[in-house]
Write a protein that binds this ligand. Structure first.
Ligand SMILES: C[S@@+](CC[C@H](N)C(=O)[O-])C[C@H]1O[C@@H](n2cnc3c(N)ncnc32)[C@H](O)[C@@H]1O
Length: 555
């Protein structure tokens, strides 16, 4: 298969978020934004991590999963929502199956509890970041999302069904005003132009809505002579028109943000409040959260209640316990747990989010939450109080490989891992299970109907020290082989520690003994429950145990 070659075929399966596999003869190509069963045309792309990527050119025939359902006007053109034409029931099934397959190596099928749907299937998004641009070169001004697969072209998504209804009104009005004023959009390659983004956020419970127009500082180019003065007039008219809209929610703030950075990200060098205020309040599970324009907050508030309730249920009894909420964002999970915990410590890298978390905890009258700013990898070395339980909610790439052993070394009884990317979750779960944790419960929570994305919650529990002690006591002395009688487990442990500096468990010693044929009977170290997975003795410990067995003449 050559790069650029055009292939046609049926998409076979979907086991990565948003990617299907096109199999042509013996070769496979991973293609994004497709559904199993679709007949597609794709162009062969790069080879990455041993896999060939393909770019979807055309859907030739729909998937049998698709219903006679009218998608929104932007379906297939806009970059989002590839599951729109599938019934919601089927979407949930697809997502659950994909996650089950991906984490299957670490998560036994019988502990996977399926998927919880989003309370809202449409209008669930509480935040949208729209970009200005054009759809065709030198075409009319557009405001919306990037065209599927394009870095430049913008589709005006005024029929988008996953965004709140009010967002469509704000988008339409903003675009109308900008077109009337003939303002140029910002060209990110040339760094020329004025209009960059429109940021809209709305609280699901309180209905409070915040809108921010993000522009460059190139006012002369946009407004001509006396640009600054004309800009003020335009911005005042913008704020007035948004206030006049027949919104379902309550417009609480209109902002202007100046962004002259070269990066194509929604950010602000300077924010001016044109109307109202620059924050709003959302309520979840009886708690109140102050949200600023760039605070991280789950984009589906109704779904977040389901997600957080699941995490609270999975973590179990937190009474008088110290819980770490790692990757805590604005401290939502910490605050949901704090009323039923001894203390919660949140760690988050974004300072603004940490400040919001502290402010929100005070607002909610919670004095047993502490929030620390910094990278989990480093902050863990500085916290004196050790946790009893841990909640993890890392970004898409999962947990830094060097942070994982630090988390594991606490040896806490239970860890709840919340993940928005099943592939990185699958990778991290393997590390946890190899270190003696087992997945006790797992389920998906759908926060993104219409799209291939999904959240997964896993409860990991540690094989308990108590279990190992029981195991040792259950040893039947009369059943010992002659070789075994030569040294006790404690003598082997002491020898290994003295000669290699390594601490080894009875379980590891038993594994090595069995490997050497010293234990002939049924392995008494078998865990009590059938589905429990055992940690395996690492090679360096195996070598040290072997040396001890030789020393005692056991082998
Ligand atoms: C998926 S969000 C979870 C936020 C929060 N639990 C919630 O539900 O709102 C992941 C968070 O991890 C933070 N983050 C990313 N890398 C980090 C790191 N190395 N150390 C600490 N926090 C990090 C991000 O800023 C983001 O707020």
């Amino acid at each position: 298969m050559k790069k650029g070659e055009v292939l046609e075929g049926i998409v076979e399966r979907l086991d990565f978020p948003n990617k299907g596999i096109l199999r042509i003869d013996d070769e496979t190509v991973m293609v994004k934004n497709v559904l199993p069963g679709q007949r597609i045309q794709a162009a062969v792309g790069k080879r990455r991590k041993g896999k060939t990527e393909g770019r979807l050119l055309k859907v030739l025939e729909p998937s049998p999963l698709e219903m006679e359902k009218e998608p929104c006007r932007h379906f297939g053109i806009c970059g989002g929502c590839s599951y729109q034409t599938i019934s919601y029931e089927k979407q949930l099934e697809l997502k659950a199956d994909m996650v089950k397959k991906l984490i299957g190596e670490s998560c036994p099928e019988e502990v996977f509890e399926g998927i919880k749907g989003s309370p809202l299937q449409f209008g669930y998004r509480n935040k949208m970041e729209y970009s200005f641009g054009d759809e065709i070169k030198d075409g009319p001004l557009m405001l919306g999302m990037h065209r599927r697969g394009s870095f430049h072209d913008i589709v005006t998504v005024d029929d988008c069904r996953i965004a709140d209804d009010d967002f469509r009104l704000v988008l339409g009005e903003t675009l109308k005003l900008c077109r009337e004023a003939a303002l140029p959009f910002y060209r990110k390659m040339k760094h020329e132009g004025y209009l960059r983004h429109l940021l809209v956020r709305k609280a699901w419970k309180t209905g409070e809505l915040l809108a921010a127009l993000v522009t460059s500082g190139q006012t002369e180019a946009a407004f001509g002579q006396n640009g600054a003065e004309k800009e003020q007039k335009f911005l005042a008219a913008f704020a007035d028109s948004l206030q006049a809209l027949p919104l379902g929610g309550k417009l609480i703030g209109v902002l202007h943000m100046r962004n002259d950075s070269q990066a194509d990200v929604v950010k602000s060098d300077k924010t001016t409040v044109l109307y109202g205020q620059d924050y709003f309040y959302e309520e979840l599970l009886g708690l109140r959260f102050k949200i600023t324009p760039f605070s991280f907050f789950q984009t589906n508030s109704a779904g977040a209640e389901v997600l957080y309730s699941t995490a609270r249920e999975y973590i179990g009894d937190t009474k008088d316990r110290l819980v770490y909420d790692l990757y805590s964002g604005t401290g939502t999970i910490a605050q949901v747990l704090a009323p039923v915990a001894g203390k919660v410590i949140g760690v988050e890298i974004v300072e603004e989010a940490v400040e919001a978390a502290r402010e929100n905890a005070a607002l909610n009258g919670l004095s047993n939450c502490e929030f620390l700013a910094g990278d989990v990898l480093k902050v863990l070395d500085t916290i004196v109080e050790k946790p009893d339980l841990i909640v993890l909610d890392p970004p898409r790439d999962g947990i830094h490989p060097k942070a994982l052993p630090k988390i594991i070394d606490y040896g806490v009884e239970r860890i709840v891992y919340i993940s928005c990317k099943p592939t990185s979750l699958a990778r991290d779960l393997k590390v946890f299970t190899a270190a003696g944790y087992r997945v006790e419960r797992a389920c998906c929570v759908d926060m993104f109907p219409g799209t291939a994305n999904v959240e997964t919650v896993c409860l990991l529990s540690k094989l308990q020290a108590k279990q190992h002690i029981e195991i040792d006591l259950n040893m039947d002395e009369l059943d010992l082989t002659d070789a075994e009688k030569k040294a006790t487990y404690q003598e082997i442990k002491d020898y290994v520690l003295e000669h290699s500096g390594l601490k080894v468990s009875s379980l590891y010693i038993a594994q090595v003994k069995q490997k050497c044929g010293i234990i002939e009977r049924e392995n008494y170290n078998k865990p009590k429950s059938e589905d429990t997975r055992q940690p395996q003795c690492p090679p360096e410990k195996e070598k040290a145990i072997m040396e001890a067995l030789k020393h005692f003449g056991m082998i």
